[in-house]
Design a protein around this ligand. Structure first.
Ligand code: NAD
Length: 560
């Protein structure tokens, strides 16, 4: 894909730090810095190709379009809005000061055309770009972004199956990329042992360097020995193994290795990004020379991989799907992945562990310091603990994050907050900016994987109580509601997490600039946005969401 390389800036792209503006507003400056941050080589997966994470999730369509976006943001007037279509700036419209500065639509296709194959063809022609969730919407904050969700999910697994801790258990998973790389640290933060399999040796080494993996094993025997040793000592420890999950998982079964939890976060959602079994150099060459054969072999390996997870579950492990559509792809490959009632043989992490949080409007809320100074994040951490002193989970997360999570790119913090909490804390952050207690404005956003912003039948909306899994009106309403409420940039994507055609989702970002007007906008947006999660789940019949709506005064038409 040579066009990606043309017009690449001579200087490496990194987010500018500090109080100096290159744009006419902090909102446009924030969008520019977050775009730069997504591409920062310390943050992005394949810098040269503008790939941020999640298979081929890009920040801009190519370097030429990146340069155009940068120029447009720098000249954007305070009452103008830039329109981005699949990573390309296509228009500037006159709006008004409190309207979004950027509106983004990525990877969307008319439903009947929304297949990976059709998308790939348009991508090849340079007409589209895969935006994943936060890559093309410029609110990716490196691996930390997923870490808390993974940590809380595993804490829920520990609560339900292992009396509150993963100590003395072994979790086996795969993938050490952008998001998947959070898994080993999330396990050790829950005091468990993690074996993580990744075919690209450099990625294993990188995650050891970054502190996400404790040790790289020499080979499988060494890996298993380390796991057994730390399991016996009941110590949190993570072991990275260079290998292919489709090969290693059946080996674990053959050796009756005691696996307590099994999951996976390889990029299985796109067959071009799942690495099939075989010699790595040869399969990567095959991907270039014969994509159709590569995909056939990827699907074959996915079937083997998924079957091994089903077998490990049968052997006693707790199995969960980690949102990469491995089960859906294996089904396409002919594997029986559902029971006679149509339910998946092993559950997705959302219906199994996360949905009750969604019913309270909770989700992966996050903020980043435009100053570039980690002290700003630590100041906000302090405010967070003072604001929610009764929240034990939150305290535990912040303490663990401060001790173990490195800042990569612009310093940032992810923190699952719910309806009411987000608006309250957004105002506190705005106040810290106003009082100069942090050195520059703070960007506030969230993942598209949130309570009321995504329709994804194999992931976030799997097994909805009323059968409304595939109803995609909700994320569309979410984007519209955030525009109407005054978010600073809003995005609408297709295919994040689980691949083209399998999901529709929306994102929002708002910048706490410290002004009184911004306080009003923050109150509106940070109430509207998680409020969509309450509407969505209350409407689907979840009692918890209905109770939250009643208690917190969420207006639902037709209710007394
Ligand atoms: P990524 O592309 O950055 O990393 C995936 C990693 O998997 C790569 O390092 C790749 O080498 C490795 N891999 C590929 N085939 C493999 C195999 N056969 N065996 C072992 N490892 C293999 O992607 P990511 O950002 O880490 O995301 C991974 C997947 O998780 C994607 O499908 C993404 O959509 C999904 N995802 C899930 C969540 C969630 O909340 N559950 C969030 C974000 C992303």
């Amino acid at each position: 894909r040579p066009m990606y390389y043309e017009y690449k800036p001579s200087e490496i792209v990194r987010a500018q730090h500090g109080p100096e503006l290159r744009c006419k507003t902090w909102e446009a400056e924030a969008a520019l810095r977050m775009l730069e941050n997504n591409l920062d080589p310390a943050v992005s997966l394949v810098y040269d190709e503008l790939i941020v994470y999640g298979g081929a999730g890009r920040a801009a369509r190519n370097w030429k379009e990146y340069q155009t976006i940068v120029r447009t943001l720098k000249t954007l007037a305070p009452d103008e809005t830039m329109l981005v279509q699949s990573g390309k700036a296509v228009g500037v419209i006159r709006t008004w000061a409190h309207a979004p500065r950027v509106l983004i639509a990525n990877s969307n296709l008319v439903p009947a055309w929304s297949t990976q194959e059709y998308f790939d063809e348009l991508d090849r022609q340079g007409l589209m770009m895969y935006g994943q969730m936060t890559a093309g919407s410029w609110i990716y904050i490196a691996t930390q972004g997923i870490l808390q969700g993974t940590y809380e999910t595993l804490a829920a697994v520990a609560d339900r199956h292992f009396s509150g801790t993963l100590a003395g258990t072994i979790t086996v998973t795969a993938g050490l990329g952008g998001m998947s790389g959070a898994q080993p640290l999330a396990v050790t933060m829950n005091d468990g042992v993690c074996l993580v399999i990744e075919p690209i040796d450099a990625r294993v080494k990188q995650k050891v360097r970054e502190g996400y993996v404790d040790e790289q094993a020499r080979d499988l025997a060494h890996a298993l020995e380390l796991c057994q040793q730390y399991k016996a000592e009941r110590k949190g420890y993570s072991v990275g193994l260079t290998g292919n999950a489709a090969t290693v998982l059946p080996q674990l079964l053959a050796q009756s290795f005691p696996v307590d939890v099994v999951t996976d976060q390889t990029s299985a959602h796109d067959l071009m990004d799942y690495i099939p079994e075989g010699n790595l150099d040869e399969v990567l060459q095959l991907r270039q020379d014969n994509p159709a054969e590569f995909k056939r072999r990827a699907l074959q390996s996915i079937v083997k991989h998924c079957q091994a997870i089903i077998d490990l579950q049968a052997a006693g492990a707790v199995a969960l799907d980690y949102g990469n559509n491995l089960r859906g792809q294996a089904e396409k490959g002919g594997l029986r992945v559902r029971d006679e009632h149509g339910q998946f043989l092993y559950p997705g992490f959302v219906p199994a562990y996360i949905r009750p949080l969604f019913c309270e409007g909770k989700g992966p809320f996050r903020w980043a310091a435009l100053s570039g100074d980690p002290q700003d994040i630590l100041r906000i951490d302090r405010a967070l603990l003072e604001t929610f002193p009764e929240n034990r989970m939150l305290r535990r997360w912040i303490e663990k994050a401060q001790a173990k999570v490195p800042f990569i790119g612009l310093p940032a913090r992810v923190c699952w907050l719910g309806y009411g909490e987000r608006a309250k804390f957004g105002l506190i952050i705005n106040d810290l900016v106003a009082r100069g207690e942090v050195k520059a404005p703070i960007v506030i956003g969230r993942d598209h994987l949130d309570c009321g912003s995504v329709a994804s039948p194999n992931r976030e909306t799997e097994g909805m109580q009323d059968g409304s899994d595939a109803v995609a009106d909700w994320p569309l309403l979410n984007a519209l509601a955030n525009c109407a409420s005054g978010a600073d940039w809003v995005s609408l994507h297709n295919g994040g997490g689980v691949g083209i055609g399998n999901s529709t989702h929306a994102g929002m970002v708002i910048v706490a600039t410290g002004t009184p007007e911004k306080a009003e906008q923050l109150k509106r947006v940070l109430t509207t946005d998680p409020g969509m999660g309450i509407f969505r789940h209350a409407d689907a019949g979840y009692e918890l969401a209905q109770q939250v709506a009643r208690e917190r005064g969420v207006k639902i038409p037709g209710w007394k």
